[in-house]
Design a binder for this molecule. Sequence first.
Ligand code: G3P
Length: 218
Amino acid sequence: MKFFIDTANLDQIREAYEMGVLDGVTTNPSLMAKEGIKGTGSQQKHYVDICKIVQADVSAEVIATDYEGMIREGEELAALNPHIVVKVPCIADGIKAIKYFSGKEIRTNCTLVFSTGQALLAAKAGATYVSPFVGRLDDIGEDGIALVARIVEMYRYYGYETQVLAASIRNSRHIIQCVEVGADVATCPLSAIKGLLKHPLTDAGLQKFLEDYKSING
Ligand code: G3P
């Protein structure tokens, strides 16, 4: 399973990349706002800065919600760097835009997906990635991982090439659940990636090894 980091924070992207386990980056307008990146020029520069850190897919989201606007913005974003994947919301004009981008060999990530029906339309339009939002479904008492599992099963059954990119991952348990249901990618906060490392038996075992080494070697 590929690991993407879900942030626009350059330090966190660098830290995850330097761990050697990062396969890509996803951003969204909320994550850009969190970093205080304002205005089209600044946002485009920020995407270029991210692409300088990681030689891997970087999802950059369109702001327009109409077909023509999405095409214009998506083409501008895709021209910034070959690693840019244009992130498009799962609405009618978005599906149409994904179909257009697919014909132009511009890669896309269909975002804000909360149902198998939405994922079906994204795949039929030729999306490179589909992003079911796990945590936000859990937040309203639904089962986000179950949706990821249903989409994985549907795509395998019909042979769709769209990759299932589990988004809105909130913790390390979510990552393990994504592995269990066969997601292609999980995009995660840095804390959830680092959380995978934590185990009290590792800490206790390491401490004992060091103590035993010192007891003999001084
Ligand atoms: O990739 C989408 C993701 O950023 C949404 O996460 O935690 O805001 O639901 P969250």
